[in-house]
Each structure stands twice: as C-alpha cells, then as structure tokens.
Design a protein around this ligand. Structure first.
Ligand code: AMP
Length: 187
C-alpha cells in the first residue's frame, strides 16, 4: 500500500505519516527531511538549496525528483511508501506517477489535510520550540503557507478528481484525524 499525505506545512502530515508507518509497517518519505539532511551533511545539493530552504521557497523539481528516485525504486520499500510533503508541484506529481509505473506500483490513498492559516501558525509556532527548526520564524511560516497554497493548487486539482482522493479537516485533533484515516486504511 502506498499513501500520499498532502497539505500545507503544519497540517499534521508528519504526525499522521509516523502513525501510518507503524500501521502498515511502511517508510515515511519526507522530502523536507531529506533536504534538511543534505544541508546538514553539507553536500553539493545542500549548498545549492540552503538559501531557498531558509527563505521558505520550494526547492527545484529537478533536485527533489532526483532525490525521490532511489527511494521509490528501493525493493525493500516497495508498496510501503508514505509520502509526506511530496509531490508539491504538478511536475513532481507526474514524475511520481512515472516512477511508480516503472516499478509496478500505484498510489492507494491520497489524503488532503486541509487547514486554515490560523491553525497552521499556531501549530508551527509550537513546533518551533520543540524541534528548533531554523526556517520556522513567523515570516517564513506565512511565506511557506502562501507558497504552498499557490504552487500546489494544480496538484490539488490533479488529485482531487481521483477516486482515491480524500479530503480531511486537518484542524481536528490528531486522534480524530487518525480515526478518519483509519476508516479508509484497513489492514
Ligand atoms: P517540510 O519539512 O515538508 O515542511 O519542507 C520544508 C522545506 O523543504 C519546504 O519549505 C521547501 O523549501 C522544501 N521542500 C520539501 N519538500 C519539497 C518538495 N517536494 N518540493 C520542493 N521543495 C520541498
């Protein structure tokens, strides 16, 4: 089973991804985390993306698509993929379809966690204290939210027509969102 968690930063994708990892014995594919790792390790990619990341801008599709390729073709992770924060553009969504096709996989569920700006701000402010994320000052949070909403609109249009697309109110408490997801993901 492969699942996409879709929604703006702070919607709770990471939390639900971790729940689903346990539930289906899967792997959380967080491009945000993969990118932060590149910066931490000061790789060639890390050096290219550090400014965009700190500005709350999207990293180029080319870099993200390349990073994701090895994960999708990993036989150990086959049909156990929980995407958290990918895809974020139409090009990424189409690339994902292509890569999944190539390895004989498909997406079983797309969950759109929809939340308003106020809820996002409240949550990310909390996370800022706990995780000490450097890109999480308020200005960046708002820019990230706006960038997300603008850039991902075509992705939302692309996925929302599909039968396996489910919109969930992400302003609910964590447990309630999990319960809702559980009504679809039965293992
Ligand atoms: P996240 O941890 O998912 O909130 O992502 C943190 C930051 O990483 C984002 O603000 C973007 O700068 C970058 N990022 C993560 N995933 C992607 C993606 N799929 N496409 C482009 N940029 C991304």
């Amino acid at each position: 089973m492969n699942i996409i968690l879709f929604g703006p930063p702070g919607a709770g994708k990471g939390t639900q991804a971790k729940y689903l990892v346990k539930k289906i014995n899967g792997f959380q594919i967080s491009t945000g985390e993969m990118l932060r790792n590149e910066i931490k390790k000061d790789t060639d990619i890390g050096k290219i993306i550090i400014n965009d990341m700190n500005d709350g801008k999207f990293v180029s599709d080319e870099i993200v698509n390349k990073l994701i390729e090895t994960v999708i073709s990993d036989p150990q992770k086959k049909n156990k993929l929980i995407f958290d924060g990918y895809p974020r553009s139409l090009s990424q969504a189409k690339n994902l379809d292509l890569l999944l096709n190539e390895s004989n996989q498909k997406i079983d569920f797309i969950f759109f966690l929809n939340v308003n700006k106020e809820t996002i701000i409240r949550r990310i402010e909390k996370r800022k204290v706990i995780e000490k994320r450097s890109d999480d000052d308020l200005k960046t949070i708002l820019r990230r939210y706006d960038t997300y909403m603008e850039t991902t609109k075509p992705v939302l249009d692309f996925y929302s027509k599909k039968a396996n697309f489910h919109e969930i109110d992400g302003s609910y408490e964590i447990d309630q969102i999990t319960k809702k997801i559980d009504t679809f993901v039965r293992v």
